[in-house]
Structures are given as C-alpha cells and as structure tokens.
Ligand binder design. Structure first.
Ligand SMILES: NC(=O)c1ccc[n+]([C@@H]2O[C@H](COP(=O)([O-])OP(=O)(O)OC[C@H]3O[C@@H](n4cnc5c(N)ncnc54)[C@H](OP(=O)(O)O)[C@@H]3O)[C@@H](O)[C@H]2O)c1
Length: 405
C-alpha cells in the first residue's frame, strides 16, 4: 500500500458530517474501532448537540471533538470545511442538504466524499464547481457507497487486469449483480422519493437521469451506450437471464465517467451495461420477468405525486434501517465480464449499510491520509483512489476483488 502521509496543515484529518444518522453512526463506529487518534485526527459533526453527545458516549470516546452546524448555514459550512483535510458526509438526501457543504469544500480546497446516488445533483454540483475545485485542489468524490464503489472499482480492476494480461483494455464490459442480501434505510427511501419528486417537477432533471453519459465531462457526452434497459432479457455472455438493476442508473454513469477521465486505461468507445443476474432456465426467466415487472410498477406508482404521498409514511423513515443482525447476515457479489476475462467483487455484510459504511469510511481515510496522485476536481472513486482504495477495502472493509476465468 502507498505509505500514508501525516500533515498538520489543518486541525483535523477528517470530519464525519451526519454522525447521528443511521449510516453516519456505522461509519463512526468503523473509524473508532480501526483508527487511533495518533493515526487519524477526526471529529463528528451534525446539527444536534445532544444526539452527537450520545453518539460519542456510545462509541466510548468521550474526548472525540464535535463540530456543530446546520447543513444550510453557509458560514458554518465554510468554517467546518476550513478545519479539516477531508469531509465525509452522510447527510442526505444530498440534493436537499448537500449543496452548501460541497461549495464550501471546493472553496477551501478540502477533500470530500459521500454516499449520494443522485445523478442530477452530482451534475448540478459538477457544473457549478468543477473548475474551481481544479484550481483549489479539492478532490470531490461522490458515490462512495454500494453505489457506486463495487461497479466503479470492479470495472477498473478488470481493466487493469486486461491491460496487464493482453496489453489492451476491454472495450465492452458487462456488470451483473449475482447476489444481494440486504434492506433499505429511511434515508435511502427519502433520497429516492426526493429524486422522483424532482424528476416529476422538472424536465431538465428527467433529461439528466435518462442520459447514459450525463456525468461525463463536457465534449465527451456521446458513446456506444443507449438508455437503460427496463425489460428482462437473456445474456449470452453471462449465459443467464437478467433483469434491470435499480442502481444501474447511477453506477453506469459513474463507470462511464471513470472511462472518460482515464481514456488510456479504458480505451476509446468504451461501453458498460449493468443488470441483475437472475439465473438459468425457466426459473431464471420467470425471476427476470417478475423483478422487471415489480420495478416498473413501483417506479410508475411512486412517480405519481398523490400515490407517493400515500405510500411514503408506510416506508422506512429517516433514522431507521436494517438491524445489526440483518447487516451481519447480509452479503453481495458482483461479476464483470470483458471478452475472455472476468472479475468478481464481494462484500461480507449487507450492501446498503454494513458494507457501505465501511466503504465510505475507508474512502474518506484514503482521501485524508494516502498519497494520491490526482489533483482537484470532481472524481469517481476509481479516478481519485483506484488501486490504493482497492487495497484498503480488501484489508479493512471485507470487500474482495478477484479475477475469474
Ligand atoms: N450509496 C449507498 O449505497 C447508500 C447507502 C446508504 C445510505 N445512502 C444515502 O446516505 C444518506 C443518509 O442515509 P441514512 O439512512 O443514514 O439517513 P438518516 O438516518 O436519515 O440520517 C441523515 C443525517 O442527516 C442529518 N441531517 C438532516 N438534516 C440536516 C441539516 N439540516 N443539517 C445537518 N444535518 C442534517 C441528520 O441529523 P439528525 O440526526 O439531527 O436528524 C442525520 O445525521 C441518504 O442520502 C441515503 O440515500 C446511500
């Protein structure tokens, strides 16, 4: 692993913003259990002093510093960003609560990572702040959870492998979700409902969501991939039936942005598609049809305002999520195929929370402590941290990356 660097140009290496939330508390626990103060100088942050004190007590870390503020308070966000080398944010929906903090990190040259899967918001932030982030050196890295680290680093890992084996990258990679055991939290439900509401009210948001290259740099928003598939189909390469995968909408955009930011590694005319693998034979076909139908029906119903408002109170609420037991018993596996080579990426806990919190925490530590070669700007996990993060995730986050023949 690239040696870690210690710098004392800021009061903290890392502020965990949103430490009182469902995911924030899991990230806090991972940091407290794995990093002593002499390795990582970190603080927890949020809007509620009493809740933050309870988190600190729960961690058994009474001296852990606390940073207070409201996400919409620009002065507080500016002050917070200046105190730390990196902010790790779990305050979402990000389109509702995240914009002031990203702007503050960009201005202060502070690293930033989060768990957003909201493509329209990433695009909004990118358009508004990328040029300044390049100037100030702020590395801004959204999507450091289950969306989109396994897809982004899985494809990156396979491309590196193909370069070293065959001297050339795979021009056409397919990703498939082979196993997924886990549940959604109230925060994730809130983000999805917020996204559907914004899409319902604003055509420009809908246009961003359906564009397969919406997160690519300007001038690179064309390529061989079309819109996301919404129906079941048989895949000749996986030799399995496939259904649409709900997170492919963000994962494919992030992978394509990585390809655009690293053309030497991914090659020209790179193509990436992602789906859920449902199995072989009649059983696989039936499952693919059922998954596609349920997804289309749920998205269709939740896109209608009155139905969404009727169903929302019955879904998990902010602060709620899977139990520790459910997180421990969960797991996931994704596969990637590119011609004759393939890769498998697995996680040892439920994707959305157990695994996500470890992936986000390690991304933040990587941004804060590791010697990264890239400069400022809006990155993907692969373009910012690549192999260094793969090593960290394998060592500290229960994630495996392996080549399959
Ligand atoms: N990418 C992935 O795989 C993945 C996985 C899990 C979650 N997520 C995303 O992560 C986000 C958090 O999810 P969650 O389930 O942890 O949500 P949650 O439990 O509702 O937590 C939200 C956090 O935001 C804080 N907050 C809300 N409004 C604020 C404000 N105005 N100022 C400061 N803090 C504020 C809350 O503070 P209080 O405690 O004071 O209310 C809480 O700490 C969501 O956007 C979700 O979609 C993504």
């Amino acid at each position: 692993m690239t040696p870690s660097v210690r710098r004392h140009d800021r009061e903290f290496d890392l502020i965990l913003w949103g430490a009182t939330g469902f995911t924030g508390q899991l990230v806090a626990r991972h940091l407290a259990e794995n990093y002593d103060w002499d390795v990582l100088r970190w603080a927890i942050g949020g809007r509620d002093e009493v809740k933050l004190a309870a988190v600190r007590e729960g961690l058994g870390a009474p001296d852990l510093p606390v940073v207070l503020g409201d996400a919409h308070d620009q002065d507080k966000m500016a002050a917070l960003a200046k105190r730390t080398r990196v902010v790790c944010s779990t305050v979402g929906p990000y389109a509702r609560y995240g914009s002031e903090l990203v702007a503050a990190c960009v201005r202060a040259g502070t690293g930033y990572c989060d768990l957003t899967g909201e493509a329209h918001w990433i695009r909004r932030m990118l358009d508004a702040h990328n040029a300044q982030a390049v100037e100030t050196g702020a590395r801004i890295v959204p999507t450091c959870g289950f969306d989109s680290i396994p897809s982004d680093l899985g494809v990156y890992f396979l491309q590196r492998e193909m370069q070293s084996r065959h001297g050339a990258p795979g021009p056409r990679i397919k990703g498939g979700v082979a196993r997924l055991n886990g549940k959604a939290s109230g925060g994730t439900v809130a983000s999805m409902l917020n996204l559907l509401e914004e899409a319902g009210n604003d055509r420009s948001v809908r246009r961003i969501l359906v564009n397969p290259y919406s997160l690519n740099p300007e001038g690179k928003r064309n390529g061989p991939d079309g819109r996301d598939r919404m129906s079941p189909s048989y895949d000749d390469d996986f030799r399995k039936w496939t259904a649409p995968f709900i997170m492919a909408g963000i994962n494919t955009r992030i992978v394509r942005r990585s390809a655009a930011l690293m053309p030497d590694l991914y090659g020209p005319d790179f193509s990436y598609q992602e789906s859920m693998l449902t199995g072989r034979g009649v059983g696989g076909a039936l499952k693919a049809t059922a998954v596609s139908g349920v997804m289309a029906a749920a998205l269709g119903a939740l896109s209608i305002g009155p139905i969404r408002r009727l169903i929302a109170p019955r879904l998990p609420q902010p602060g709620e999520g899977p139990t520790p037991e459910e997180q421990k018993n969960g797991n996931w596996e994704m596969r990637f195929l590119g011609g004759s080579s393939g890769a498998r990426v697995t996680g040892d806990m439920d994707p959305g929370y157990g695994s996500t919190s470890k992936m986000l925490a390690e991304s933040a530590v990587c941004l804060a402590l590791d010697q990264l070669t890239v400069g400022g700007g809006f990155h993907t996990p692969a373009s910012a941290m690549g192999n260094i993060l793969i090593e960290r995730l394998q060592k500290n986050a229960g994630v495996t990356f392996e080549v399959i023949e």
